[in-house]
Design a protein around this ligand. Structure first.
Ligand SMILES: Nc1ncnc2c1ncn2[C@@H]1O[C@H](COP(=O)(O)OP(=O)(O)O)[C@@H](O)[C@H]1O
Ligand SMILES: [Mg+2]
Length: 262
């Protein structure tokens, strides 16, 4: 009988975090926010990290997003060992590879939507004309082509979050990290946001990871990684994924995404 070897998994994970520990020191007190978290996420996944308030979700997202570094542990993003990088190198990786979406939108409030979306392109050194063109296309993709010049504070919460998503995708990232992206929204706007994330994942293959305390939000993804008290407590495939988009026939095309890189 010939021996059959198990196939070697040659895929490189987008995210490969091993034994991540994060300890915050506050005077004499130490807070162990993450206590040995290991997680691998592959290109094209739509996953959520779910846990109660204080479980370490934001701390983990900040590390995965290269906004902060672990106390100990190893983290590779797209095969690159980010533990060893300088602050400038981390900033450059963030700008090129990752789009962030936050609960509180983090927009410049008295600034037109289109200029908010342009921000990461300014940082990335993209010229004025291309910046404008790409930002307009990104806003059109999220259904805000008629709100380019509205200031952020003249838009509804759901619209502001869509501006934030346009800002996240305008750099054509391979990874989107979203921390409680529907936490400040009513359920209808929340569903529109979830629809956008599902389409970004499906139509352009962007890896999307949500952080949420909400089981229902997590059920919009295909994989739920549970976290409690700074440790991973579960990792399951979602059987009945909630599809947030209405009839595909009425969904607008997302032109900016046709050029999105994998
Ligand atoms: N900058 C910080 N300094 C000190 N403690 C922090 C800091 N950020 C978070 N923590 C603590 O770490 C734990 C995890 O927080 P966090 O990651 O924000 O949880 P979650 O996002 O799941 O609500 C909490 O106990 C919180 O108080
Ligand atoms: Mg949080």
């Amino acid at each position: 009988m010939t021996e059959v070897k198990a196939p070697v998994d040659k895929r490189v994970p987008v995210i490969d975090a091993q034994n991540i520990v994060k300890t915050y020191k506050m005077g004499d007190i130490e807070v162990n926010a993450l206590r040995g978290v290991s997680v691998r996420i592959f290109a094209g996944e739509l996953a959520s990290i779910m846990g109660p308030s204080g479980s370490g979700k934001t701390t983990l997202m900040n590390i995965l997003g290269c906004l902060d570094q672990s106390t100990t542990g190893s983290y590779k993003l797209d095969g690159v060992d980010v533990d060893k990088l300088s602050d400038d190198q981390l900033a450059s990786i963030r700008n090129r590879k990752i789009g962030f979406v936050f609960q509180s939108f983090n927009l410049l409030r008295r600034t037109p939507a289109i200029e908010n979306v342009e921000q990461p392109l300014i940082y990335g050194g993209i010229g004025m004309r291309e910046r404008r063109e790409r930002s307009r296309a990104a806003l059109e993709s999220v259904g805000l082509g008629d709100r380019l010049k509205h200031h952020a504070n003249e838009l509804s919460g759901g619209q502001q979050q869509r501006v934030a998503i346009a800002r996240a995708i305008v750099t054509r990232p391979s990874l989107i990290l979203a921390d409680e992206p529907t936490g400040n929204l009513d359920s209808k706007s929340g569903a529109e946001i979830m629809c956008l994330f599902q389409r970004l994942n499906e139509e352009s293959g962007i890896t999307v990871i949500f952080v949420t305390h909400d089981q229902r939000i997590a059920s919009h993804t295909r994989r739920v990684i549970s976290i409690a008290d700074g440790q991973i407590t579960g990792d399951v495939a979602v059987e009945d994924q909630i599809l947030a988009c209405p009839d595909p026939a009425v969904v607008r095309p997302m032109p900016v995404l046709e050029k999105a890189k994998r």
